[in-house]
Structure formats: structure tokens, C-alpha cells
Write a protein that binds this ligand. Structure first.
Ligand code: IVH
Length: 698
């Protein structure tokens, strides 16, 4: 590499790493894994070492990491929040041990010659937090930020049950800081992400958008949560924390191990998985043990942290610009396995979107057997250049669903054919389409593709739609396959005699069970269908499953047009007049109402007695007094916040959830947060009281 090439490469790497840093620390939405990031960083470090003249001032190798988010108050750390050096191999760990030995272990001239010991701990994969306690009371919780200063997230941290707000009587110092890691348990993550997915679906986001918005792993979810502005939202997303380091001007012990024990005795949650190690061999054993044990834990770890135990020795060893010399982390590589790609199959969603799935020869990976991996879309297959019977590498990093990261080209057969993306729907054989600029293929046979039709019926009966919970996916399947229902309107034709004694097969082909409908279930199904006729219009509209018309959009449309009749004849202009309804949604509405089949279905539903109009409450007064104005409601009022928001909407105004330049009014109640007030004042936003708001609408 010549000088020019080196300069270009350093520039490129710097920019790339800065971008990744921003995505990781600020957006909490990284696009590459930790290992890949570290490798890039190491590459840059090496180049900078050889060509220091090209090292940029903003080089990520100079920084501890992180950027600061704007919304929180920034607090300077009393003790800088450093990160640890990373190692990936036993050799590097051995080198670390050699360095320590050289500095203290073999030195017979000082009192530190008695040898040393390590403490091995787990490296929790979450976000670092520093908690300051005064007289046993939690007074501040600050994120790492850039290592020098971070965000004050005390209110959010107070929602974490395992973090004490007040310590019981004890012999702790008057003032100290304890550091640890905030994280989310794997189970909690899966459940919440699943809910979030449903919420996004209900709001009309398409599959691609949902995939982008979902949290990739528990760490991102925890990070996104901790940075939320509304602590009540944070409380709904349970986080947890392990504490692992104590800072105090008056030492409470002369080594780290004893400090951890003390912290635990004061009421802090300290992990049980830590251990004193007398030699580097003991450290290797600890590392080895958790390489497999980690998959049994309820949370994710990405390695092991090794710390010199004795505080004097820690002091002696000191720090480099970025890291303590007395500690290091050993990071586990993302778990990867090699297996054979048997075939690619395709799943069809209710909207016709096609998802390719890699079917693999089962292989053990990170404690589970992997048989399938997501392939996302045709571009991904192209990017990986997948061929039939390829030996592929599957990886389970932070992500829950394994993915294919590459192909072992050495094992590819010379005559092996490239994977050709499906041209026809696997369910109904209709030719697939892919619109320009779209990454997803669709089956356009909306009215004939059985999987789409069944999916639409399942959506129709869903809890947030018609809520017919006595029907499930299996019953729908059985009814559909027998020709008893072809669409959701047919549900309203079902009679007792059609259903009694009907036999269904449950489960997948591995484990089939038969069930037949008995009197009680039939009665429940019919009652559920009958009751659904009272479901209000906005939910009926959502239940129809019009593309991009999720729960929120349906609500807006219903409140604006009052009836399906009016909505179905609305012009583009009228539709665009409804806030947040854009051209894409309008187009889908036109398409839906223009379809003869849909017209027939709607007529049938109308005849069955479903609600196709808003029930008007004449006691409610509506005005346009607040037309075009936006409001943010913050604090406590004489009426509930929801009622206040409703009044805003009834008078034509719009509620927003954050302060920006375009906000018209901030309605300030009691106990409103000082940050909000400051931000609104800075942006010159009109701040009014509840009383003043009432005057606006009377
Ligand atoms: S000790 C100077 N112990 O890993 C002491 N850190 O790259 C530094 N981490 O920022 C921290 N588990 O967010 C320590 N048992 C553990 C840890 C741990 C996870 C994180 C922490 C830190 C990063 C270091």
C-alpha cells in the first residue's frame, strides 16, 4: 500500500466507523455486528500506527465511543466511563496476562510482589450506567455517552425494579457511584417485539417497514427504551440491571471482589456468575465454561470481563488513553455453523408479500437446532449469490432468527445452479410481481390465493378487529378447506348444522391431532360471530384488511368520514385532507373500493348487520376552533390527559407527542418536567394553562 492508498483507506474507514458509531450509540439501530465493527476498528488502528500523519482528529480510535443524544440533560462523569480493550483469542489473553505479570507479578522490589489474582465476570450485553447514591438515596443515573459526559436518565432508571431507590441502613459511604449494565431479558424482548410488530401492523406499516422498525436484539431494545422521553413508556418495557463496579472516594474494601460482595449486601443486584482466578489457566477455564453456559442464561452476554482484583495493583497498572490496563474483555465470536442449503421455499403473507426462507440441513447452533434461516428478499439471495446445495454459514448473533452470512465456495459443486427466485406463487401459482423500487415480490391474486384469503379472514377475526376469539386459525383453515367460507363475509352465513361435528386436523405434519367441533364450541363460535355485529365502525374498517389501513389510519378515516358510504366515494383531495393520510394510502383505498369482489363482500356484511357508520353521540360538541393547530399536553390537569386530548380533537386540533419548532401550543399542567419547559421556551412555543385552553374553545 502506498501513502496515497493508505490515506484514502484511513479516510474511508474513519467515515464508515463514525457512521456505525452514530447508528449504534445514538440511533440504537446498528447495521453491523460488534465483531465486524471491532475488526474495522482494528484495521484502522493498524493503519494509523503505520501512517500516523493521516490520522484524523475525529478518528473513532481516539474516542471512547458514543455520542450524546440531545433530549436529556448532559452530566459530566465524576470518574470517566472508560471502555475495555477487547480480545478474541487465547493468545491475546495470554499476552494480557504477560503484560500484567511483567508490570507487577515478577516485580520483587515492591510490596506487590506477592502475586495477583483476577476476578472473572460476565460481559453483559446491554448499556453501561453509572448510579450515584448520596446517603443511600439514588440521586442520579447517567449513561456512558461519550465517556466524559452522558445523559441523565434517572427517571427512566427508576422504573427498573432491581435498582434500589433507597438503600437500607448499612455501612456504605455517604457518597459513591456504582456502575453496571442495563439490559433486557431475552424472553421480555421476544414478547415486546412481537407486540410491537402487531402494533405496527395495526398502524398500516408494510412488512418491509416493520422489519426495519423492529428491534434487532435485546441490547438495542434496552438502549432504545432507556432513551425514551416518557418514563411511563419505559415502565412498560421491563429492564433489568447488574452492577459490577464501585467508585468511592473512601474505599470500602481493598479489592474488587470484596467490593462486589459489599455492594450485594447493601441491596444491589450483583450477578452470581463471577469468580476469583489465581492464574490465566483458571481464566481460560472460566471463558470456556461460559462459551456454552451462556445460552442457558435468561439474558445475553457477549463475553467475559477479566479484572485484576487488588485495588493497589489496579492503580499501579493505571490506564491507557482509552482503557484500564488492569482489565480486559474476552469477546465470544458470533456463533456460526456450516450446513447445507437444501432448498429455498416461499411464504405468502395476507397482503401477498413473499418471504423467501432457506431450508437447511439441521445443525446445532447457540444451543438450538437450526433448520431454517430468513432470506428477507430476492436481493439478499442475489447478494449472497446462493447456489443449490451450497454449504452456507449460518450465524446467530444478537438476532433471534439465524441468518446466512456467506457461502463456503470451496465446497460448491462445479455444476451447481444459481438459485432462481420463484416466478409464481407457491400457493396459487399466479405469476409474482415486483414493483419498481420495491424489494418485495407480491402475489397479485388477492381474491383467489388461498393463503392470502385465509390470512385476511384471520386478520378479520383478530382481537383488535372483530374480536371473534372463539374462532382460531385452525378452525378458519378447516372451514376454508371445506368450502364453507371463501371470505370473511361468509362467516355470517354459518349455521349450527354446518359446524357441529366438523373435524379438523391440528398442528403441523410432525404431530397431527384431530379435533371435532362439539356443541359448546359451536355455540361459542356462533355467539362470537353474532356479537361482532356490535363492533364499532372504525374497527370494522380496520378488519376489512385494506392495505396500509391499520388501526390508527382506520380510526382517523372513520372519525373523518363517519360512514363507509362517504369514505368509499371520497375524492383524492378529500382523502388527502385527512391528517396523515398520504397518496399511498389513498391509492389503496381507491383500489379496494373499485374492486367488484370487495363491493359484493361489503354488501353482504352490511346485510348481516355490521356497523358501517359511526354511532353519533349528540351530546358531544364538535367545532373547528382549533383547526390546523397542534398541541402537546404535559403534566397533571383537573381532567384526565386523555379527556383533554379528546377535547383538542373534537375541536379540530391535533395532538403531537414531542416538542418541535412546528408545535403551536404546549398545554402545561402541574408537575410538568423542566426539560420540556426549557425546550418549549427555547423554541418560542406558546405555553398555555388548562384554563387558557378552555378559553380557546369556548
Ligand atoms: S467493567 C473500567 N464489567 O463492557 C471498568 N464492564 O467495553 C469498565 N460491561 O462499558 C467496565 N459487563 O458497558 C465491566 N462485568 C462487566 C461488564 C462490563 C459488561 C460493558 C460495559 C463497558 C463495556 C466495556
Amino acid at each position: 500500500m502506498n501513502e496515497l492508498e493508505a490515506k484514502i483507506k484511513i479516510d474511508e474507514l474513519t467515515d464508515e466507523l463514525k457512521e456505525h458509531s452514530y447508528k449504534y450509540y445514538v440511533l440504537s439501530q446498528p447495521t453491523i455486528g460488534d465483531t465486524a465493527f471491532d475488526l474495522l476498528l482494528k484495521e484502522l488502528e493498524k493503519l494509523e500506527e503505520s501512517y500516523p500523519q493521516f490520522m484524523r482528529n475525529d478518528s473513532p480510535t481516539k474516542k471512547v465511543g458514543g455520542e450524546i443524544t440531545r433530549e436529556f440533560v448532559t452530566v459530566k462523569h465524576k470518574y470517566p466511563m472508560l471502555s475495555l480493550g477487547n480480545t478474541y483469542s487465547e493468545e491475546e489473553l495470554q499476552e494480557f496476562d504477560n503484560r500484567i505479570k511483567k508490570s507487577i507479578g515478577d516485580d520483587t522490589s515492591t510490596s506487590l510482589s506477592k502475586g495477583f489474582e483476577y476476578v472473572c465476570e460476565l460481559k453483559f450485553d446491554g448499556l453501561a450506567i453509572g448510579l450515584t447514591y448520596e446517603k443511600g438515596k439514588l440521586i442520579r443515573a447517567v449513561t456512558r455517552g461519550n465517556g466524559v459526559e452522558g445523559d441523565d436518565v434517572t427517571n427512566n432508571v427508576k422504573t427498573i425494579k432491581s435498582i434500589p431507590h433507597q438503600l437500607k441502613e448499612g455501612n456504605y459511604p455517604d457518597e459513591f457511584e456504582i456502575r453496571g449494565e442495563v439490559f433486557m431479558h431475552k424472553k421480555t424482548f421476544e414478547k415486546l417485539n412481537e407486540n410491537l410488530k402487531k402494533e405496527l401492523e395495526a398502524k398500516g406499516f408494510d412488512e418491509e417497514e416493520i422489519k426495519e422498525k423492529l428491534y434487532k436484539n435485546p441490547r438495542n431494545f434496552a438502549s432504545g427504551t432507556l432513551k425514551m422521553q416518557d418514563s411511563r413508556e419505559v415502565a412498560k418495557r421491563p429492564l433489568d440491571a447488574y452492577l459490577y463496579f464501585l467508585y468511592s472516594d473512601i474505599p470500602v474494601a481493598d479489592n474488587h471482589f470484596d467490593s462486589l460482595k459489599k455492594a450485594a449486601s447493601w441491596g444491589f443486584q450483583v450477578s452470581d456468575h463471577y469468580q476469583k482466578c489465581k492464574s490465566i489457566e483458571d481464566v481460560f477455564a472460566f471463558v470456556k465454561k461460559y462459551e456454552t453456559e451462556r445460552f442457558k442464561l435468561s439474558y445475553e452476554i457477549d463475553g467475559v470481563v477479566i479484572k485484576v482484583n487488588d485495588y493497589h495493583q489496579q492503580q499501579e497498572l493505571g490506564f491507557t488513553a482509552k482503557n484500564p490496563r488492569w482489565a480486559i474483555s474476552f469477546k465470544y465470536k458470533a456463533q456460526s455453523a456450516e450446513t447445507i442449503l437444501q432448498k429455498v421455499t416461499y411464504q405468502v403473507g395476507r397482503t401477498g408479500a413473499i418471504t423467501p426462507v432457506a431450508n437447511l440441513t439441521p445443525v446445532q447452533l447457540a444451543g438450538t437446532t437450526v433448520k431454517r434461516a430468513s432470506l428477507y428478499n430476492a436481493d439478499e439471495i442475489e447478494r449472497l449469490d446462493l447456489h443449490e446445495n451450497d454449504y452456507v454459514y449460518v450465524e446467530k448473533g444478537g438476532e433471534i432468527i439465524p441468518k446466512i452470512t456467506g457461502v463456503n465456495l470451496q465446497k460448491r459443486q462445479s455444476d451447481s445452479q444459481k438459485i432462481k427466485y420463484a416466478t409464481h406463487c407457491p400457493e396459487c401459482d399466479t405469476e409474482l410481481i415486483r414493483k419498481e423500487g420495491d424489494v418485495v415480490h407480491y402475489c397479485p391474486n388477492e381474491t383467489g390465493c388461498p393463503t392470502q384469503l385465509k390470512g385476511k379472514i384471520e386478520h378479520f377475526i383478530g382481537r383488535k378487529a372483530m374480536n371473534i376469539d372463539s374462532l382460531g386459525a385452525e378452525t378458519i383453515n378447516g372451514l376454508f378447506d371445506r368450502g364453507l367460507i371463501k371470505n370473511y363475509a361468509d362467516l355470517y352465513d354459518l349455521k349450527y348444522d354446518n359446524l357441529i361435528g366438523l373435524e379438523f386436523t391440528l398442528g403441523d405434519s410432525d404431530e397431527m391431532k384431530k379435533r371435532s367441533l362439539q356443541q359448546k364450541s359451536v355455540e361459542n363460535i356462533l355467539k362470537g360471530i353474532e356479537d361482532s355485529k356490535q363492533i364499532p365502525f372504525e374497527r370494522v374498517l380496520f378488519a376489512l384488511g385494506i392495505r396500509m389501513v391499520g388501526e390508527t389510519v382506520a380510526k382517523k378515516l372513520a372519525q373523518h368520514f363517519y360512514s363507509l358510504e362517504k369514505l368509499s366515494i371520497a375524492t383524492m383531495e378529500e382523502l388527502l385532507n385527512v391528517h396523515e393520510i398520504g397518496e399511498k394510502i389513498a391509492e389503496q383505498l381507491f383500489k379496494y373500493f373499485a374492486d367488484v369482489n370487495n363491493k359484493l363482500i361489503i354488501d353482504k356484511l352490511k346485510n348481516a348487520g355490521l356497523q358501517f357508520e359511526m354511532i353519533q353521540d349528540h351530546s358531544i360538541v364538535r367545532t373547528n376552533k382549533l383547526q390546523g393547530k397542534t398541541f402537546l399536553v404535559s403534566g397533571v390537569f383537573t381532567i384526565s390527559r386523555d379527556d383533554l386530548k379528546k377535547q383538542i380533537e373534537l375541536n379540530g386540533g391535533r395532538n403531537v407527542s414531542s416538542i418541535s419548532k412546528s408545535l403551536n401550543y404546549l398545554i402545561a399542567g402541574d408537575k410538568m418536567g423542566p426539560e420540556k419547559l426549557k425546550k418549549a421556551t427555547d423554541l418560542n412555543i406558546e405555553i398555555i394553562s388548562e384554563e387558557e385552553f378552555k378559553q380557546l374553545i369556548t
